[in-house]
Design a protein around this ligand. Structure first.
Ligand code: ADE
Length: 244
C-alpha cells in the first residue's frame, strides 16, 4: 500500500467505522492498509493491567511503560522498513493542521499510539525516539477522554490525501485550508433551487461570468476568514494600521 497504518489501543472498537465509506474503499483498492492492535495483548498479568498510579501523586492513572514498549517493538520489528513515524495524540502536542496531514500522508508507515487516562509514562516516547520519528499531535485545544477519536479524525484527514482515495482530485483543491487558496476558509456554496423559502442564491453565481464568480468567491473567502479565523490571515491582508 501507499500508506500502512498500525493503531495501538485498548479500545479497538473505535476503529470499526474506518471500514466505511472512502477509506474502506481505499483499503479494498490496496492504497491504504491498517491494523488495529490491542495493547492488552502485551500484558502478562491475569487482569491485563495497562495503568498504574502516578509517581509524585495526583489524580488519575498513567499508562504503564512495559506493555507499550513490547507493543511498539512488535509493530516496529514486523516492519523492518526505513524509519516509520509514531504519532501520539495528546492535547499537549503540536497542532494538527492540513500541512500535518500532507506530511503524514507521505510518511509511508504510521504507528498511532492511543493513550488513555492521564497519559503514557514519558519514558515510552523517550525510548520510541531511538527507533522512529515521534510526533505528539493535538487535535485542538480541548480534552478528549483518549487518543482514539483524535486518531480517527487524523486518519480520515490523512487518508483522503493519498492519490486515488478521493475520486475527483479537484475536490481537494478549493476546500478550506488548501494551500493553493492561501489557507483561507472555503466560500459559501449553493445548489438548486435558485430561490428557496424566500432566500435567493447570490445573483452573480447565476450569471455564467466565470471571472466575476471567481472574484466573488475569493472575496467571500477572505471576508469569512476575517470574521471567523483572523489568525489565518497573513499580515498582507490585515487592516492597514495607518488607516491609509
Ligand atoms: N487526547 C485527548 N485530548 C486530545 C486532543 N485534544 N488531541 C489529541 N489527542 C487527545
Amino acid at each position: 500500500p501507499v500508506l500502512q497504518l498500525d493503531i495501538i489501543t485498548i479500545f479497538g472498537d473505535y476503529f470499526a467505522p474506518l471500514e466505511l465509506s472512502l477509506l474502506g474503499k481505499a483499503r479494498e483498492q490496496g492504497l491504504l492498509a491498517w491494523r488495529v492492535h490491542d495493547l492488552r495483548d502485551w500484558t502478562h498479568d491475569r487482569h491485563r493491567t495497562v495503568d498504574d498510579t502516578p509517581y509524585g501523586g495526583g489524580a488519575g492513572m498513567v499508562m504503564k511503560p512495559e506493555p507499550w514498549g513490547e507493543a511498539l517493538d512488535a509493530v516496529l520489528d514486523a516492519h523492518p522498513d526505513a524509519r516509520p513515524t509514531i504519532v501520539v495524540p495528546t492535547p499537549a502536542g503540536e497542532p494538527f493542521r492540513q500541512a500535518t496531514a500532507h506530511e503524514l500522508a507521505g510518511a509511508g508507515h504510521l504507528i498511532f499510539a492511543c493513550g488513555r487516562y492521564e497519559g503514557i509514562d514519558a519514558r515510552v516516547l523517550e525510548y520510541a525516539r531511538t527507533r522512529a520519528a515521534v510526533r505528539e499531535i493535538s487535535l485542538g485545544d480541548y480534552v478528549l477522554n483518549g487518543g482514539e477519536v483524535a486518531v480517527l479524525a487524523m486518519v480520515e484527514a490523512i487518508g483522503r490525501l493519498i492519490p486515488g482515495v478521493v475520486g475527483n482530485p479537484e475536490s481537494l483543491v478549493e476546500e478550506s485550508h488548501a494551500a493553493d487558496t492561501d489557507g483561507l476558509l472555503e466560500y459559501p456554496v449553493y445548489t438548486k433551487p435558485a430561490s428557496w423559502r424566500g432566500l435567493d442564491v447570490p445573483e452573480i453565481l447565476l450569471s455564467g461570468h466565470h471571472a466575476a464568480i471567481a472574484a466573488w468567491r475569493r472575496e467571500s473567502s477572505i471576508e469569512r476568514t476575517r470574521q471567523r479565523r483572523p489568525d489565518l490571515l497573513g499580515e498582507a491582508s490585515e487592516p492597514d494600521p495607518t488607516g491609509e
